[in-house]
Design a protein around this ligand. Structure first.
Ligand SMILES: C[S@@+](CC[C@H](N)C(=O)[O-])C[C@H]1O[C@@H](n2cnc3c(N)ncnc32)[C@H](O)[C@@H]1O
Length: 233
């Protein structure tokens, strides 16, 4: 996907990107490529792939969400959080990423793109939640863990009636099956599932979970336990 196709694809969804936003995306891409030479940020290094597999893939699930207060868990080099923040400038974004080097990169992105209302928290989700339980309208995560594990890490952060958006790939359905008990234990309603194809036919599967009741306080368990015995498996 070229930059122009990216702009057109957003336009088709009713999102008009202004000059400042386009420049922010370009600067972000350049920083990603520059810093990727010194540290492991992404395996995607072709410019057109960045527009498609990082930028478009990140914003697609949020075109029709109304967001005020979002937390992106395991953001890595900023996905999906930073592209969403560039497009929907008025949101408050919190990024939770445990790797210090990646957080340093994200701080530089925040500074150079002049992004306001972003907190970058260098922490694991299961620790961060101790101070931020049920604080966010929307929590997102892409490529962090399989769904049953991911839900236990993320759902305690979501407010009652809030949304968790899990960005998944071709194994999404299999992970969803495996996560059925976790979905029930964590009082979730699968409000929407969405399949879409990127240009090179990569399949994306996004799940939107509505939290209908408070999360039992015993969750999340310690990470070792979550990994060893994923919820409901
Ligand atoms: C494969 S990367 C994906 C990064 C980004 N979301 C993306 O899609 O490009 C997974 C990220 O999740 C982070 N991560 C792993 N376990 C985590 C946890 N328990 N809490 C928060 N982040 C975690 C890792 O540090 C890593 O940056």
């Amino acid at each position: 996907m070229t930059k122009d196709k990216f702009i057109q694809a957003c336009e088709k969804e009713g999102i008009h990107l202004n000059q400042k936003q386009i420049e922010q995306f370009e600067r972000y891409k350049d920083l990603l490529l520059e810093w990727n030479q010194k540290m492991n940020l992404t395996a995607i290094v072709e410019e057109e792939e960045i527009w498609e597999k990082h930028f478009y893939d990140s914003i697609y699930p949020f075109f029709h969400c109304s967001i005020e207060n979002m937390c992106d868990v395991g953001s890595g080099a900023g996905f999906p959080g930073i592209p969403v923040k560039i497009v929907f400038d008025s949101i408050h974004l919190t990024i939770v990423e445990p790797l210090m080097k990646r957080c340093r990169f994200l701080e530089e992105v925040k500074k150079q793109l002049e992004l306001k209302n972003i907190d970058i928290c260098c922490a694991r989700a299961e620790d961060f939640v101790k101070e931020h339980r049920e604080s966010f309208d929307l929590v997102s995560a892409r490529a962090v863990a399989k769904l049953s594990v991911l839900l236990e890490l993320c759902i305690p952060l979501v407010k009652v009636n809030g949304l968790m958006v899990a960005l998944k790939g071709k194994n999404g359905q299999q992970e969803l099956k495996q996560a059925q008990k976790a979905i029930s234990i964590l009082h979730l309603n699968l409000e929407k599932e969405e399949v879409f194809h990127l240009e090179k036919e990569a399949v994306r599967m996004n799940f939107y979970f509505r939290k209908i009741k408070n999360t039992p306080v015993k969750y999340p368990r310690a990470y070792g336990q979550i990994k060893k015995k994923p919820l409901g498996e």
